[in-house]
Design a protein around this ligand. Sequence first.
Ligand SMILES: Nc1nc2c(ncn2[C@@H]2O[C@H](COP(=O)(O)OP(=O)(O)OP(=O)(O)O)[C@@H](O)[C@H]2O)c(=O)[nH]1
Ligand SMILES: [Mg+2]
Length: 194
Amino acid sequence: MQYHDVKLLATAADRSQWPESSLPEIMFAGRSNAGKSTLINTLVNRKKLAYTGKTPGKTRLLNFFEIDGRYVFCDSPGYGYAVGGDSSAESFQKLIDPYMHERETLKGVVLVLDIRRTPNEDDLLMRDFARESGLKLLPVCMKADKLSRGAGIQAAAKIARLLEVTPKDICIVSGTEKTGIEQVWNQIEAIAAE
Ligand SMILES: Nc1nc2c(ncn2[C@@H]2O[C@H](COP(=O)(O)OP(=O)(O)OP(=O)(O)O)[C@@H](O)[C@H]2O)c(=O)[nH]1
Ligand SMILES: [Mg+2]
């Protein structure tokens, strides 16, 4: 397993806290509990870099990590979850919208999905947003260890169809077994190299 140099650049509740960086940035987005933070930890081979947990809503702010002095990864809360008052969906919008529209270094969105679940309306909105903004979309199905290999391939093919991407563009990953990570890295490198 390759060693990765990682540092937390910032935890941001609003624009004034976004870190200054010119490195290509990749956002990790998706439903709460899909495995966004686990995917980041698995990619860089750290157990507790990004905060993870069993209950939805673990990640509440934008967390920026610089990786190997080459990229910035931005971990985000699940749709609808963010710090703020009782209107959680509203605080999520306030956190995410400006970031996605105005972050100049943002190059790609890793759309993190639970392989056992059908993409929902929010996943499709995230896909549309990436397309409209000219960002690369990288769908990753997490929790592949929860299905047999054959069932996983089938589930990923169905998710690909619903997202309207080709099945080979979907990565199938297990955070517990650390499988499928190489393909994700290849795609991240391709996005950053553009
Ligand atoms: N078995 C298995 N469990 C996983 C995998 N990825 C994530 N999990 C578990 O799923 C739960 C949620 O993972 P997180 O990484 O915190 O999910 P998240 O998308 O960051 O969630 P929020 O920050 O709450 O939006 C945790 O209990 C993880 O251990 C995986 O590939 N396999
Ligand atoms: Mg998280």
